[in-house]
Design a protein around this ligand. Structure first.
Ligand code: M6R
Length: 626
């Protein structure tokens, strides 16, 4: 939720900080700020509200700030409204105005995460004479570092360690100490932060794209660890203050993958990447030994024996990843005969679960940092239950803490509204379902080979769905002023609708609901008025007639119907006003195709309403707070 960056090297820091923040703006975009030090001089802090461009303009794209060491922040408000006072960096000393300008404070810092006991700590700090200028938990954190630094005089790492022990919550924290020019100190727990290095510079960021133009060599700083950054060196410490050795990881993908590549928005670029990334994900797990193809999970160590031991599956996730879980539930249960329960991670973590000890808990997350999903994972582990994650961001917390991590190969996803990561997550869920079904003896060799070929056909069929985009664009322009949109379907179609509806509301701000088609008449149908758009997903042969009847019930009450079904089902045009056809594929896997027109519909409606598609209001890409 918030993005942080840091730079220490031999170049002017501010332009590099701004460039890094521009790659992280998807994480938060209601205010931004930087603090830069020029040699021994005190830090200069500049903060603005609104998008990053306001900050860039204010400091002449960074050229106005001298100095080769600095930190920066782009905010998604949690504590306190978006304002200059609440924007980061925060300082430990007294500040005037909104905290901008040259500051003589001992500690200046930026933070991503939430400090849960900040009120109690704030009261303590006030008793010690500290004055607060913002409503943020971050200011409390920075003042606490200052307090321990002065009280124990053990140096920056000692002060950070004492702070970490005292606070509850999550943080990626980067601070500069007045007495230590040319250095940045960092600490982390449960919020993402990576540190990159080349021969003469060290970088710090919430996510890899922020530093990729400068280095591919990154370190992952662990939970409750600290780091000391200087131009040619980075050292890591544990809570005892002992040095920790770390391996460098080389990032495989390049900076271009995180650019728009000629598309107007990241979302559209990412929609168009789906044929490639779904194929990359399939190829990672489908091996061809020359005679036949088979699914191979040796990459993350899931064995036949492991699978045989599972008698229950729980899936925990948030948002679109939960929608993947909803779809996986239908497919896995049917192909494996293992009972599957899907839960929102935010519910799972607080319910008094009676978890089956022979279960597998699957956590699905693009970022691998979602606070509720991470907590669900930890709860499962505390209960001694095996965990498997489906994650996109390599080295993220969920990926590292899970027993088996099945990576999606979606590449960096920048648009807040997920598309390509969602599609790759579905692919992983389907691969798991097929392999588990095979191991459980429910899928014979012939069926297994058939399922694998059907899965491998998905990327080119997504391509075919994309060819239809002009029709969807035309349709979207008619409905850009809609007040409510309903998405209805049964079974897998219902799960598809959940995602279609979320895509619509999050980027178009049009109220929309996904409903199990059979449930409409139990109340919601009273909302249907003349002209209300009802989108039906009609991809399951045995449920086709049923859902169509429910759509007709809406039409009789004035609704305008859009239906999504497979090529060949042309009779649908007798009932619906606008039909969209997708290629045929095994019905279990149809979600990968039916979602494409729904992604496009949300996208085009958002564009025709003139909205910020990639950075919708009030949202952030990575939800690292509860
Ligand atoms: O990073 P995660 O997959 O854990 O994120 C979960 C949700 O926050 C995410 O899917 C969200 O719902 C998307 N913005 C939807 O497009």
């Amino acid at each position: 939720m918030c993005g942080i960056v840091g730079y220490v090297g031999n170049k002017q820091a501010a332009p590099i900080l701004l460039e890094g923040l521009s790659k992280l703006e998807y994480r938060g975009y209601d205010s931004a700020g930087v603090a830069v030090r020029d040699g021994e001089k005190a830090a200069v802090v500049v903060k603005t509200t609104g998008r990053l461009k306001n900050l860039s303009e204010k400091i002449d794209n960074g050229k106005a700030l001298a100095g080769t060491c600095g930190i920066g922040h782009t905010r998604w408000a949690t504590h306190g409204v978006p304002s200059r006072e609440n924007a980061h960096p925060h300082v430990s000393g007294n500040c005037t105005g909104s905290g901008s300008g040259e500051v003589e404070s001992l500690v200046v810092g930026v933070h991503n995460g939430i400090i849960e006991n900040y009120q109690e700590l704030k009261a303590k700090m006030e008793r010690h004479g500290y004055v607060f200028y913002s409503q943020t938990d971050t200011e409390v954190l920075i003042k606490l570092v200052d307090y321990y630094y002065k009280k124990y005089q053990g140096g920056p790492i000692d002060a950070l360690a004492k702070t970490i022990v005292r606070v509850r919550g999550s943080y990626a924290l980067a601070v500069m100490f007045k007495d230590h020019p040319g250095k940045i100190f960092a600490a982390r727990k449960d919020s993402p932060m990576i540190i990159g290095k080349n021969d003469s510079e060290v970088f710090l960021a919430s996510d890899v794209p922020a530093i990729l133009n400068h280095t591919r060599d990154v370190y992952y700083i662990g939970n409750l660890e600290m780091a000391e950054l200087s131009p040619k060196e980075v050292s890591f410490y544990n809570l005892d203050g002992d040095k920790v050795q770390k391996e460098v990881t080389t990032i495989e993908w390049d900076a271009e993958a995180a650019e728009k590549g000629g598309f107007e928005h990241f979302m559209m670029k990412e929609i168009h990447e789906q044929p490639k990334v779904t194929m990359d994900t399939l190829k990672k797990y489908i091996k061809d030994d020359g005679k036949k193809k088979h699914i191979d999970f040796s990459d993350f160590g899931l064995t036949k024996e492991d699978i045989e031991g599972f008698s229950q599956i729980y899936i925990a996730a948030c948002g679109s990843a939960w929608h993947v879980g909803m779809q996986a539930q239908y497919v896995m249960e049917e192909l494996t005969d293992i009972p599957v329960r899907v839960e929102l991670a935010s519910e799972f973590r607080y319910r008094k679960n009676k978890l089956n000890k022979n279960a597998l808990v699957i956590v699905i997350s693009q970022s691998g940092e979602t606070a509720d999903s991470l907590a669900a994972l930890r709860l499962a582990k505390e209960n001694g239950i095996k965990t498997l994650s489906i994650v996109n961001v390599v080295g993220s917390s969920i990926a590292r803490e899970t027993d088996y991590c099945m990576y999606t190969v979606a590449g960096p996803e920048i648009s807040v509204a997920t598309t390509k990561a969602y599609s790759c997550q579905l692919i992983c869920a389907f691969l798991l379902a097929v392999e588990m079904g095979k191991v459980k003896g429910l899928i014979d060799d012939k069926k297994y080979a058939y399922y694998i070929e059907e899965l491998l056909s998905i990327p080119s069929k997504i391509e075919a769905c994309l060819e239809n985009k002009e029709r969807i664009q035309w349709f979207a322009s008619k409905y850009s002023n809609a007040r409510d949109i309903f998405f209805i379907g049964r079974g897998i179609d219902y799960a598809i609708c959940l995602e279609g509806s979320l895509k619509m509301k999050e980027i178009s701000y049009i109220h929309s609901e996904a409903y199990a088609a059979g449930e409409l008449k139990h109340g919601t149908i009273s909302l249907i008025e003349d002209g209300t758009l009802v989108v039906g997903s009609l991809t399951q042969a045995d449920l086709y007639e049923k859902t169509l009847s429910n759509m007709m019930e809406c039409k009789s009450r004035g609704a305008y119907l859009m239906g999504i079904t497979t090529f060949g089902k042309y009779d649908v045009e007798d009932s619906v006003n606008f039909a969209v056809y997708i290629p045929k594929v095994d019905e279990h896997f149809v979600g990968n195709l039916a979602i494409i027109p729904l992604q496009l519909l949300g996208y085009y409606i958002s564009v025709s309403r003139g909205l910020d598609v990639d950075k919708p209001r009030n949202l952030a890409k990575s939800v690292t707070v509860e």
